[in-house]
Design a protein around this ligand. Structure first.
Ligand SMILES: NC(=O)c1ccc[n+]([C@@H]2O[C@H](COP(=O)([O-])OP(=O)(O)OC[C@H]3O[C@@H](n4cnc5c(N)ncnc54)[C@H](O)[C@@H]3O)[C@@H](O)[C@H]2O)c1
Length: 274
């Protein structure tokens, strides 16, 4: 029970196939508890079209149902990281409810330049598309950490973890272009935060590069079966699975760990291949 009495925030759960869900379940198995956030309509959304509102409502219903099914009565909250007021409101709400966190998992990414498994060439990416992807998938790590610390929710000695991909560093057989840049930013943010927060709050910040995985909404939208097979063949141990990732998250969340500023590879060894 290495996480006994510890509480972690888990972002990025859409459904039972989400990578973050596997991490949440493993945390609970190790004696910890979780607070989970999902996308939904918040009071901070303005001018939502009917289509957007119904998408967000359905997303939240699916999220809540999967939490109930996989994690029972774990706490759920709406969090859209692109809405500054929503992030601060969420942090304040945790303070008000007396929740103190021992860490959190950032498992959030969104890139509208990948549609129907087609990746837009970088040369065609607009400023808005570039900034939106960076905002949701990378800057959100800074902002969420900022408000959790500002409202004294994230405790000294906590551990923060995010999920990245080898494309942050190397062009792979299925280049992600715009998203690769966001992942590179996410990894650099982790390193800079590891330095700042290690010194100021004894907080550790790490990121994990994971194998391609089609069992989640993001994975299904971006990958093909052929991508998964190619990566499986190229990786010495074959593709890592979500449970491998969950074990690593729990490892990095261990309170006695001194690992920080690391980019871990949970990818069956794919990263050593030329
Ligand atoms: N699936 C893969 O092949 C793979 C591989 C390596 C890394 N990753 C990373 O793992 C993480 C989780 O992805 P997943 O595969 O479990 O997919 P997923 O679709 O289950 O998770 C992505 C999550 O991001 C959330 N999200 C998007 N925009 C948001 C916003 N504005 N505010 C709050 N949440 C928002 C979605 O609601 C969803 O829960 C992502 O960072 C992804 O890039 C995935």
């Amino acid at each position: 029970m290495i996480l006994k009495d510890k509480i972690f925030l888990i972002t990025g759960i859409a459904d039972a196939g989400s990578l973050a869900m596997y991490a949440a379940k493993e945390i609970v198995k190790n004696g910890g508890s979780v607070v989970c956030t999902g996308l939904g309509v918040s009071e901070f959304h303005t001018n939502l079209s009917d289509r957007a509102a119904s998408f967000l409502n359905k997303t939240f219903i699916d999220f809540k149902a999967s939490i109930q099914q996989e994690l029972g009565d774990a706490r759920v909250d709406i969090l859209d990281v692109t809405l500054e007021d929503n992030v601060e409101y969420f942090a304040k709400k945790l303070t008000k409810d007396g929740v103190k966190l021992d860490g959190f998992l950032h498992a959030i990414a969104m890139d509208k330049t990948i549609r129907n498994k087609q990746v837009k060439p970088l040369l065609e990416v607009t400023r808005d598309e570039f900034c939106d992807t960076l905002n949701v998938s990378a800057y959100s790590l800074i902002r969420l950490t900022h408000y959790l610390l500002k409202h004294e929710v994230l405790q000294k000695g906590s551990s923060v973890c995010s999920i990245s991909y080898i494309a942050a560093e190397k062009v792979t057989f299925h280049p992600y272009r715009n998203m690769s840049i966001a992942k590179a930013a996410l990894e650099r943010i982790s390193i800079e935060l590891a330095d700042e927060l290690g010194k100021s709050h004894n907080i550790r910040v790490n990121t994990i590069r994971f194998s391609p995985y089609m069992g989640s909404k993001a994975g299904t939208a971006t990958l093909t079966n052929e991508d998964i097979e190619t990566s499986d063949k190229l990786s010495p141990l074959g593709n890592a699975n979500p449970q491998d990732l969950a074990f690593e998250v729990v490892h990095l969340f261990r309170p006695e760990s001194r690992i920080t500023g690391e980019t871990r590879h949970v990818d069956g060894g794919y990263h050593i291949m030329g």
